[in-house]
Write a protein that binds this ligand. Structure first.
Ligand code: M6R
Length: 611
């Protein structure tokens, strides 16, 4: 949550930071602000998206070789100018941006109020800044030292970046629990919450670790740990291209990302699966493959769309590996004191690799002796780094807040992991193993075929866009697909939608069915097919409107349904990768037809780094 960008060097800093904030807007867009040093500290901030800040700033002299910027997803205090970052110290000399939450801010604030501090905002960030200022004043020490002392008392998660009007050639940053990347240029440095604001300037980056403090000048980067010991910055090469984070002619990132899926699925399998040779290589789990095959049980922890991918993986792993699997909301798993320990394998699924709930869930499971396998999209992310082993999904940067291509890549990689464990364990026949390799290899082409349904799905979207509620149903592997379809619709069209196992309908939700309720049923040919046909009849008997996703060639369901979408035939294990495509398109078109900003849905942020 919240995006941070900062720059120091020879360029004009404000345009670099502004552009970076636009790239990071997916992390939050309640307000935006910048601080520069130009005849002293100048701070400009505005409620709403970065564009509002940009317009506001046109009337000011924004020249400065140093700047910090922030785009906010509100936690403490409503979205408004006053609560926007950067915040300023009582003496007006320091400005700070922050991503994360200071959990003990109430206590710190009271102490500071007792010492005479006055606050302008409702934020925890301003409290931390005043706390640093107070320590600096009391100890008569440099800012870096005051920060170090302050952080030892702070409970919570943070990335912070500070500037000091008295030291205009230095940025100071610190990290715990939220991501911070430093781009290393020639005589310049770029700081950001992820690499997207940096990639067009330099490919050399340093990922700051938890409890590290960075002291950054135009031509110098010093990293220290919280005990003031110098650390050697580990410079890595970014492997993303600028094109990957731009819209490339599409109206929205979400649509671009939906249409990228044939390629991203291909990329997630590339170098791992060779159907002709009948081989499967998973470098990231090689050392753990035997241990995984002997696991007592596997617990998948994730949130949102990634949790849906985990639910499908549960079916796949139990079917192929015969290992018991539990799928947990990371937030619940962490706080209910779960029974977990040596012999358990935790699979953490996360696009961003930064989701706080998932991160803390695996931290505690790791402490208890479980083996952690990370399935992440963002290379070098916190979850990836905390895991013992894992596999990247290689879907490329996902900018649209509603996850699409990351989901199908997660499904593809989780299938590979299941097949790897199954072959190690000998729980899958050679014939079935080969068949599934073939099926996976064909998935990318089948997704391309499913994308040709776009116009048809758009027409269906137009027909149902004014519905008040939607029901999404599926059974077996398609039940989590129904959940995902409902989540996509809720997120970007603000229409109430529920996903249910089709058989559960008769235990309650069928009471909702009448001639006004569109029911999307994922009813592809699989081992549950006949049962789903009966469920469709139950809906039609109550005059519900059925939008059925069926397998090409199906002749049974189309006469019963109000609208039919045919998708290519596939083995039931890989079918969700294909059947979710029309659901993504349906949500997208309804959101657009209703006039909403589908890339930045209200109240949401891409990377949820608060618990
Ligand atoms: O980055 P993660 O995969 O860990 O994110 C988990 C959820 O926050 C995420 O999937 C969220 O539900 C998306 N907005 C879904 O479209």
């Amino acid at each position: 949550m919240c995006g941070i960008v900062a720059y120091i060097g020879q360029r004009e800093a404000y345009p670099v930071v502004l552009k970076g904030l636009k790239r990071l807007e997916y992390r939050g867009y309640d307000s935006a602000g910048v601080a520069i040093i130009n005849n002293g500290l100048q701070v400009y901030k505005k409620k709403d998206k970065v564009a509002a800040l940009e317009e506001y700033a046109t009337s000011f002299d924004m020249r400065s070789p140093i700047a910090i910027g922030h785009t906010r997803w509100a936690t403490h205090g409503e979205p408004c100018d006053r609560n926007a970052h950067p915040h300023v110290s009582g003496d007006g000399k320091l400005a700070m941006v922050h991503n994360g939450i200071i959990e003990n801010y109430v206590q710190l604030k009271q102490e500071l109020i007792n010492q005479g501090h006055v606050f302008q905002s409702d934020t925890d960030t301003e409290v931390l800044l005043h706390f640093i200022e107070e320590i600096k004043k009391q100890n008569q020490c440099p800012l870096e030292e005051a920060l170090r002392i302050a952080l030892k008392r702070v409970v919570g998660a943070y990335v912070i970046v500070l500037i000091d009007a008295d030291n205009p050639d230095t940025l100071i940053a610190a990290r715990k629990g939220s991501p911070l990347v430093i781009g290393v240029g020639k005589g310049e440095h770029f700081l950001a919450s992820d690499a997207s604001p940096i990639v067009e300037y330099t490919k050399e980056v340093v990922y700051v670790n938890d409890y590290e403090i960075a002291i950054i000048k135009a031509d110098e980067l010093i990293l220290k740990n919280i005990s003031n010991e110098r650390q050697t910055p580990y410079i890595q090469k970014l492997d993303i291209e600028l094109a990957a984070i731009e819209k490339g002619g599409y109206d929205h990132f979400m649509l671009k990302e939906i249409f990228e899926q044939p390629q991203t699925i291909f990329d997630s399998l590339r170098g791992r699966l060779d159907a002709k040779k009948g081989t499967l290589t998973m470098g990231g789990i090689r050392e753990y493959a035997e241990m995984l095959s002997k696991a007592n049980r596997i617990i998948i922890v994730a949130c949102g769309t990634s949790w849906h991918a985990g639910l499908i993986a549960e079916y796949v792993i139990e079917e192929l590996c015969r290992i018991p699997v539990e799928v947990e909301y990371a937030s619940e798993f962490r706080y209910r004191n779960p029974v977990v320990g040596p012999g358990d394998v935790i699979i953490a699924v996360s696009q961003s690799g930064e989701t706080a709930d998932t991160l803390v869930a695996i931290e505690s499971a790791k402490e208890k002796g479980a083996i952690i396998l990370g399935i992440c999209n963002v290379v070098g992310s916190s979850i990836a780094r905390l895991s013992h082993a894992g596999a990247y999904t290689h879907a490329g940067p996902e900018i649209g807040v509603a996850s699409t291509k990351a989901f199908t890549a997660q499904l593809a990689v989780l299938c590979l992991v299941a097949l790897k464990i199954a072959s190690e364990k000998g729980s899958v026949s050679a014939q079935r193993f080969q068949h599934l390799l073939d099926e996976l290899e064909q998935t990318s082409d089948k997704v391309a075929t499913a994308l040709k349904l776009d116009d048809q799905v758009k027409a269906i979207a137009d027909k149902y866009k004014d519905a008040r509620d939607f029901l999404y149903l599926g059974r077996g592997y398609n039940f989590p697909v129904a959940l995902e379809g409902a989540l996509k619709l809720k997120e970007i069209s603000y229409i109430h939608a529920e996903g249910y196992p089709a058989a559960e309908m008769k235990h309650g939700p069928i009471a909702l069915v009448d001639e006004n309720l569109p029911v999307v049923i994922v009813a592809t040919k699989d081992s549950y097919y006949e049962k789903v046909v009966s469920n469709i009849q139950e809906i039609k008997a109550r005059k519900g409107k059925v939008i059925a996703i069926v397998t090409e060639g199906d002749q049974t369901i189309p006469p019963m349904a109000d609208d039919v979408i045919f998708v290519p035939s596939a083995d039931e294990i890989v079918a969700p990768i294909i059947s979710v495509i029309p659901l993504q398109l349906l949500a997208y078109h309804i959101g657009v037809l209703k006039g909403f900003d589908v890339d930045k849905p209200r109240n949401l942020a891409k990377s949820v780094t608060v618990e």
